[in-house]
Write a protein of this length. Structure first.
Length: 83
């Protein structure tokens, strides 16, 4: 929309537009971040119980085998759309 009236406050309008553009860019950035978090869900695993075999242990897994089992299953879940 083009305004040709000389008494129109163009500066005010431009200022508003800048703020709006910045807010929109910010929102899109936030949305993109949220999507990335969903896609590569980096949620921290519970510690103290093995996330694979549920035996109590120091970290999130009792050993590398359990970690590999868990990661393999997670990958399969993602492929099957259940992750
Ligand atoms: Zn385990």
């Amino acid at each position: 929309m083009l305004c040709v009236r000389s008494d129109h406050d163009h500066d005010g309008v431009n200022g508003m537009t800048d703020i709006y553009d910045q807010a929109t860019a910010r929102e899109e950035q936030d949305r993109e971040l949220a999507l990335q978090n969903l896609r590569y869900s980096a949620k921290p695993l519970p510690q103290g119980v093995c996330n694979n075999c549920e035996a109590s242990c120091g970290g999130a897994f009792c050993d590398d085998d359990c970690r590999e089992d868990y990661e393999r299953r997670e990958r399969m879940n993602k492929i099957n759309g259940r992750g």
